[in-house]
Design a protein around this ligand. Structure first.
Ligand SMILES: Nc1ncnc2c1ncn2[C@@H]1O[C@H](COP(=O)(O)OP(=O)(O)OP(=O)(O)O)[C@@H](O)[C@H]1O
Length: 467
């Protein structure tokens, strides 16, 4: 039945009552029609001001829509965004007043529903295994009227894609810091055997305090036995986003590792700095170029960029995984000269093995480490000591990162992560369905199609792009 917009304030108040969006105490306090404007729009405005409604709720109610405001114990307050699988809403727990992000699976039929459900579970499992300030936490997965939804940490901020859409590009030191924070989250994920597989600016979200968090662990895959199943089922699908996909993912290599994420993070850093993605063209052309064509030199696109930084990007974007930084932690070390002062990076690193291990020398691999067990010195290989940075995890809650040379040390308290963690139960409500993955928007490209296009396009590609 089509929604009927309220024509009077009494109609509006009736819709509010039917919508179930207010807890009983608030409902009892709701002003009557006599104390509101007779115009329902003005009445709704007054109710927004008195915190009975949000703008989103008011818009829905004024359009006559009053269903769907409640998902489990949460009240929908706003639409945060839409992705390939459904919508993400801001929800507030009815009793606890805690704000969360709710990812609600869009209704689809048949096998697509099973695939989406499987991905939901995968996202929940991956995120539940990870506990890091630079990774968006998933608290729960449940069903509401048969519709699966994820309960996530609400990040009050914007994705780096939104930043790019607004600002075009990002200053070098800011881009280096954002990427260092993302690398810190990835280091944590990689240490636990998870590869994200779809790192891109749209999957990095920055909160109001400047903390960057990795979103959307939906494609993450662990090396655990259980996930070997989905690995087998995934075979046949090229997964990732064409603008940021690593060469090995583009050819659906079965044995990718964390260095695939490092490539995608490099493509993200390239895009943040240059204001454009590394390659142009359609999806097939982009896949081919990631494999065959050198990334255009950043210096040509942005002559003012520090040379050292463009070299870091080039190494992250090396075609062969072996030529990239071996770990995300080493990307952070390489970026210290530009991202150096961030307490957020330090706070994130303190949750990785590097930040926790007494024997940091072995964790750090090629880096040199000095001082007490509470301090590590980061010297990216092949750089001058003046490029080094020092991370200090020593004092209670205080984190210091210092650059040697002209820079002076600064100390800040890392921004606390205030949302309590509720891990997803081992036996979630949803049952995984063993079906192969298929394409989903920008995320999955069916292998047969991709391979066919690749083979057919190789000749054209060489002619069109050369080397
Ligand atoms: N935890 C969150 N906190 C705040 N906003 C969020 C959160 N998760 C997602 N969003 C917002 O919702 C939008 C859609 O998220 P979603 O993960 O569904 O999209 P996507 O990654 O673009 O889609 P796809 O699943 O196709 O990759 C994001 O771009 C972001 O703006």
């Amino acid at each position: 039945m089509a929604a009927i917009a309220p024509v009077s304030t009494t109609d509006l108040l009736d819709l509010i009552k039917k919508s179930n969006l207010l807890p009983t105490a608030r409902l009892l306090a709701l002003p009557g029609p006599e104390s509101l404007s007779v115009d329902p729009r003005q009445a709704a405005g007054a109710l927004i001001q008195k915190n009975f409604l949000t703008k989103f709720q008011s818009t829905q109610l004024l359009a006559g829509r009053y269903k769907g405001f409640r998902i489990g114990p949460y009240v929908i307050q706003d639409l945060l965004g839409r992705g390939g699988m459904g919508a993400v809403y801001l929800g507030e727990h009815l009793e606890l007043n805690r704000k969360v992000a709710l990812k609600v699976l869009a209704p689809v039929r048949g096998e697509a529903q099973q695939l989406a459900t499987e991905r939901f579970l995968r996202e929940a499992r991956a995120a539940a295994a990870l506990d890091h300030p630079n990774i968006v936490r998933v608290f729960d997965v449940a069903r509401h009227n048969e519709t699966p939804y994820l309960v996530m940490e609400f990040v009050d901020g914007e994705t780096l894609q939104e930043t790019l859409d607004r600002d075009g590009s990002v200053p070098p030191e800011v881009a280096a810091e954002y990427v260092s924070q993302a690398a810190s989250g990835l280091q944590h994920a990689h240490e636990r055997g998870f590869i994200h597989r779809d790192i891109k600016p749209a999957n990095l979200i920055r909160d109001r305090f400047g903390v960057v968090k990795v979103l959307d662990m939906g494609l993450a895959r662990s090396g655990s036995d259980e996930d070997k199943l989905t690995e087998v089922l995934d075979r046949g699908a090229v997964v990732g986003t064409a603008d940021f996909i690593s060469p090995e993912q583009a050819i659906n290599c079965p044995n990718i590792d964390g260095r695939a994420d490092i490539y995608s993070l490099g493509a993200t850093l390239f895009t943040l700095l240059a204001g454009k993605t590394p390659f142009d063209g359609n999806t097939t052309q982009k896949l081919m170029q990631h494999q065959m064509k050198d990334v255009p030199p950043l210096a040509g696109l942005k002559p003012d960029l520090p040379t050292g930084l463009t070299e870091v990007v080039a190494r992250m974007l090396a075609k062969k995984a072996a030529d990239r930084y071996p770990t995300a932690a080493e990307v952070i070390a390489a970026l210290v000269p530009w991202a150096g002062h961030s307490s957020h990076v330090v706070a994130g690193l303190s949750r990785t093995k590097i930040g926790q291990s007494a024997d940091r020398q072995s964790v750090l691999g090629g880096w040199s480490s000095s001082g007490s067990s509470q301090r590590i010195r980061l010297v990216p290989l092949g750089t001058e000591p003046s490029d080094s940075g020092e991370l200090d995890f020593s004092d209670t809650g205080k984190a210091t990162i210092a650059l040697s040379g002209a820079e002076t040390a600064r100390s800040r308290t890392p921004a606390p992560v205030s949302v309590p963690v509720r891990t997803v139960p081992a036996d979630p409500l949803l049952v995984p369905v063993p079906v192969p993955r298929a394409g989903r928007g920008t995320m999955a490209l069916v292998a047969g199609l991709a391979f066919a296009m690749l083979v057919a396009g190789v000749l054209i590609g060489w002619l069109a792009f050369g080397r």
